[in-house]
Design a protein around this ligand. Structure first.
Ligand code: HEM
Length: 394
């Protein structure tokens, strides 16, 4: 396969199913290469790591969208993402991120360990034989945990899964008109939901993250508060559900590794890092060059769009010898799966904690857990994971 075919394959269902052979071809060709769509694709660990921290790269923010897509605010799915911290640049990003980080504290996250363990144990107990792991566990756990953090009632959780799935399509490089309409509808419904919740918490504050974000006073505009609440909810579980699904699938296809983790749950942090590296739930992220760049001798002009292939960086043999081997014993596993620099994932400690608690609990409580049929992948490139993983509990 030549590099142009490899790049094209990422936009086909087969390529999305297993993008790693294409990543190898692209990386071997160059650390950064220009695609026919005039975007630059970054393939190596070293360059990705550097660029994620480079202030010369910016996110396409609201003012950029105003120029290339004047009607973007009418699609409320797009608006929720663009108006959130995820697509904001300094100084706004610094201000909003600081306010959110002050509420999303290590102490608040660490205090979630018991909530996570309790919710995971309940889901395992209720898991029927022949269940789909994604429906019975991988989605409900992160939904339950983020809803507990935000103070969202338990009854609304199934509804959130559907809305988040509809909304996150705006993160994909390509989407259909129908998908964009669904994203718009989901954005509107989620905004209305949070408008109601904000009004309620303004009257009756509680010990939850929503009340804490409201209490930051005028630091966030009303529009920013709303967009970031939607982001926290959506970013919080599509990604973590995929980490749980991908991780369980790997463990069930590698019984010797599952046996090690079952016997020694202390290995869980190393397993989770290797799962994140081996098959990242977020496969790419995008920026544009705010000035002319020299990338390892390749001239990239100001204004150019760059896509960093996080999944390719995580399998770079220059950083991880024998990269296609799953090996939790690797020294210093530091995947770029949570990004890096100013936009480094705010929820990384929470996602890690959920996975670190969930895997040993699943393996010890259900020692006969096994796949009962072939799992089905979701046909998405950016948010990589499974649509269903049929399992038997033995
Ligand atoms: C395995 C699970 C997760 C993965 C792989 C993941 C991945 C990422 C990545 C790659 C970014 C940076 C995007 C960029 O630089 O363009 C990011 C940002 C973000 N993530 Fe996560 N995430 C996960 C879970 C979570 C959770 C559980 C939450 C919240 C509850 C969360 C909230 C956020 C937020 C708010 C940002 C934006 C940070 C900023 O722009 O400053 N994520 N995530």
């Amino acid at each position: 396969m030549d590099h142009q075919t490899a790049l094209g394959s990422l936009f086909s269902p087969e390529g999305r199913d297993d993008p790693y052979p294409a990543y190898d071809v692209l990386r071997a060709h160059s650390p950064v290469l220009l695609a026919p769509d005039e975007r630059w694709y970054v393939t190596t660990h070293a360059l990705t790591n550097r660029l994620l921290r480079d202030p010369a790269l910016r996110l396409a923010d609201a003012s950029d969208y105003d120029q290339f897509w004047p009607g973007w605010r009418q699609n409320r799915g797009v608006a929720s993402v663009v108006l959130s911290m995820l697509q904001t640049n300094p100084p706004d990003h610094t201000r909003v991120r600081r306010a959110a980080a002050a509420t999303f504290t290590p102490k608040r996250i660490a205090a979630m360990r018991d909530v996570i363990a309790e919710q995971a144990a309940d889901l395992i107990e209720a898991m029927p034989d022949g269940a789909d792991f994604m429906t019975a566990f991988a989605y409900p756990l992160p939904i339950g945990v983020i809803c507990s953090l935000l103070g969202v009632p338990a009854g609304d959780r199934a509804w959130f899964r559907e809305k988040a799935a509809d909304l996150t399509v705006v993160l994909e490089p390509i989407s259909t008109v129908d998908e964009m309409e669904l994203a718009d509808a989901a954005g509107r419904e989620l905004e209305n939901y949070f408008i109601g919740l904000i009004a309620e918490r303004q009257k009756n504050p509680r010990e939850d993250l929503t009340s804490a974000l409201i209490a930051t006073g005028g630091t966030l505009t009303g529009e920013e508060l709303l967009a970031n609440l939607v982001l926290l909810l959506v970013a919080g579980f599509e990604t973590t559900a995929n980490l749980l699904g991908t991780g369980l699938h790997l463990l069930l296809t590698m019984p010797a590794q599952a046996h090690r983790l079952r016997a020694d749950p202390e290995l869980s942090p190393a397993f989770v890092e290797e799962i994140l590296r081996y098959d990242s739930p977020v496969q790419l992220t995008s920026r544009f060059a705010a000035e002319d760049l020299d990338l390892d001798g390749v001239a990239v002009p100001a204004g150019a769009g760059l896509t960093m292939l996080l999944g390719a960086a995580n399998r770079d043999p220059a950083r991880y010898p024998d990269p296609h081997r799953f090996d939790p014993d690797r020294p210093s596993i530091q995947p770029v799966s949570f990004g890096g620099g100013a936009h480094y994932c705010l929820g990384a400690p929470l996602a890690r904690l959920e996975a670190q608690v969930a895997f040993p609990l699943l393996l010890t409580t259900l020692p006969k857990l096994a796949l009962s049929a072939e799992p089905v992948r979701r046909d998405r490139l950016t948010l990589r994971g499974f649509a269903s993983i049929p399992i038997t509990t033995g």
